[in-house]
Design a binder for this molecule. Structure first.
Ligand code: NCD
Ligand code: ZN
Length: 430
């Protein structure tokens, strides 16, 4: 099967060209291509980018299939322009063994909309006490290449040190949810004037920053790599800058919501805005945008976190933290980074595709748009505007913070190994 994308601008640069996808790869790029039997995708006015890779996705299978499954989450990912996602380990049961990580990989391949890479837990049951069998998971069918207790912090420095050493010898990555739990007991919002006025228990910046600093030092001593999940404060940005300047192998992600929203959103007490780490202050948002533009923060990750209505439509302090993100990520990045002049579209390809691929060492994703490369690509209408309607999203859960917002730019088609997985806002069955 072959598809000819016509009249499209690669990375939004230069003159429009035609791009032929055949046998899973980019076969030809040129002007005025005509290929017998190829299906045509009109790319007029549109941009072509490498397919996006999300290093931080919560699919709720196994355990909370009432909020998301590998199938529905894959659909949300494909519609959002993703060709690979990393499914976090905080499922029920926890993905701390190869039976579960293998299942996640196999189920993702069966669904076939996006490559679903399982993330293995660092510690058994995410309890932070005993290392999980990382080696077995890494050697399994799911070939786990990233480990994280995300949702929980690997707070014991000795366990974290051993995890980094072990990961180093296996050639895998540890991703840390940086939260010193002794500083966040009962916390539901960013510690600051807003939370104080609203009577919400505060989560101080230091809870994140102290772990970021500590883990950078542990990674330095272990000669290991560490990845910081959902960086949320200006102080974390300063620490990342410092660590990178020392030559420490630290990478970091930022979520679309931390690039757009701040704690002024909490005024309504709507629990859709409850998330870990919490929405911070406008000054943090500015620092995070700048850091992503400058490469201090390496990539965007959604932290897509579906939750049931009964866990969100309740009082703020009782709600579960987390928000949907896969289908809105590109638009939020365009609103916060492109429309503000901080990134061009090549920069978008870097932070949403190339850098995530490099961080986890994927060699068939996040590749340049060039002949002979795997046809994992996304077609984008940069001039589109659309209004978010939670009921229309592919996710089962509806906890989007962007309900009724009008956003710029839209994914018009996603191709995984040359096959359309999403087209014009609809999933294309395999
Ligand atoms: C995540 C979840 O719901 O699993 N929630 C969140 O607020 N981000 C866990 C996490 O990413 O820490
Ligand atoms: Zn987390």
């Amino acid at each position: 099967m072959s598809i000819l994308i016509t009249n499209v601008r690669l990375y939004g640069e230069g003159d429009p060209v035609d791009v032929l996808l055949a046998d899973g790869e980019i076969r030809e790029i040129g002007a005025g291509l005509s290929v017998d039997g190829a299906e045509i995708a009109d790319g007029t006015g549109q941009f072509l980018l490498p397919g996006f890779i999300d290093l931080h996705t919560h699919l709720r299978e196994p355990g909370r299939e009432d909020t998301e499954t590998i199938e529905t989450g894959s659909a949300a990912a494909a519609l959002g322009g993703y060709t690979a996602v990393f499914a976090m380990a905080n499922t029920s049961p926890v993905a701390d063994n190869a039976v579960i990580t293998d299942h996640v990989w196999k189920r993702g391949q069966e669904v076939g909309l996006v490559d679903v890479y399982p993330v293995g837990a660092v510690t058994v049951g995410l309890e932070g006490k005993q290392l999980a069998e990382m080696g077995t998971m890494a050697a399994g069918l799911g070939a786990v290449r990233m480990f994280s207790d995300d949702g929980m912090c690997v707070y014991d420095p000795l366990i974290m040190r051993r995890a980094l050493e072990y990961a180093n010898s296996l050639g895998v990555l540890i991703a840390q949810h940086a939260e010193e739990p002794r500083l966040t007991k009962g916390a539901v919002a960013h510690e600051g004037p807003t939370a104080a006025r609203l009577g919400l228990a505060g989560w101080p910046r230091a809870a994140e920053e102290s772990i970021v600093a500590r883990d950078a030092l542990l990674a330095r001593d272990a000669g290991a790599r560490v990845h910081i999940c959902h960086a949320s404060t200006a102080g974390t940005v300063e620490l990342l800058k410092w660590a990178k300047a020392q030559g420490i192998s630290v990478t970091a992600e930022v979520t679309p919501h931390h690039l757009l929203l701040d704690d002024s959103r909490l005024e309504t007490y709507d629990a859709v805005n409850r998330v870990n780490p919490p929405l911070r202050e406008a000054s943090d948002v500015t620092a995070l945008r700048q850091a992503l533009a400058e490469g201090v923060i390496d990539c965007v990750a959604t932290d897509h976190a579906p939750h049931a209505d009964q866990d969100k439509c309740c009082e703020f302090a009782a709600a579960r933290p987390g928000m949907l993100g896969l289908e809105t990520a590109l638009s939020i990045i365009v609103a916060t980074m492109v429309d503000t002049g901080l990134l061009d579209w090549r920069g978008v390809a870097q932070v949403m595709s190339e850098n995530p691929a490099r961080i986890v060492g994927l060699d068939d994703q996040g590749r340049p748009l060039a002949v002979g490369e795997p046809a994992n690509v996304v077609l984008i209408d940069p001039a589109a505007e659309w209004t978010v309607e939670a009921n229309d999203l592919a996710s089962i859960a509806r906890n989007t913070p962007y309900q009724a917002m009008t956003l710029p730019a839209k994914v018009t088609a996603t191709f995984l190994r040359g096959r359309a997985t999403a087209r014009d806002g609809k999933i294309v069955a395999g």
